[in-house]
Design a protein around this ligand. Structure first.
Ligand code: ZN
Length: 149
């Protein structure tokens, strides 16, 4: 149970209870993508206003577990005002820790480090990365739904 307590640490619970940038689409939204994690049942839609390569606004909608909701919520906070390139690089930094067992770069990850506890729970890693894969698809203007499988 200790592991689970660490996994659902307070910051994740807070973002799950009170998700930021949730349930709306940014005004002048021009990119959106849908993601699905069949293992857990998470569904997420990420939408953004992208202008001159900068994510001016980003929001999400959908239904998911605490981890996917918190990850999406924290992602929207972390990416607003960043360039698409910075967004991808931040996801690379998270992905490296979650999937490739790299040491976390705390300077770069900041508050997102709260999500890194899922790395010991392979099922949960997909919950955490789903919104990010979906964000990438939206950036690239891909139409096909994203799936973690
Ligand atoms: Zn999930």
């Amino acid at each position: 149970m200790n592991d689970l307590r660490e996994l659902y640490e307070e910051v994740i619970l807070d973002h799950n209870r009170n998700p930021r940038n949730f349930g709306r689409r940014p005004p002048e939204c021009n990119r959106a993508a849908h993601g699905h994690n069949p293992l857990c049942g998470d569904q997420v839609e990420v939408s953004m206003t992208l202008r001159d390569g900068v994510i001016e606004d980003i929001a999400f909608d959908g239904e998911g577990c605490a981890i996917s909701t918190a990850s999406a919520s924290m992602m929207t906070q972390a990416l607003k005002g960043r360039t698409g390139k910075e967004a991808r690089s931040l996801f690379d930094a998270m992905h490296a820790v979650l999937v490739e067992e790299a040491e976390p770069d705390h300077d770069r990850l900041g508050k997102l480090a709260a999500l890194l506890g899922v790395k010991d729970f392979p099922m949960r890693v997909k919950c955490a990365t789903l919104p990010w894969h979906t964000m990438e698809a939206a950036l690239e203007g891909r139409d096909a739904p994203v799936t973690t499988e």
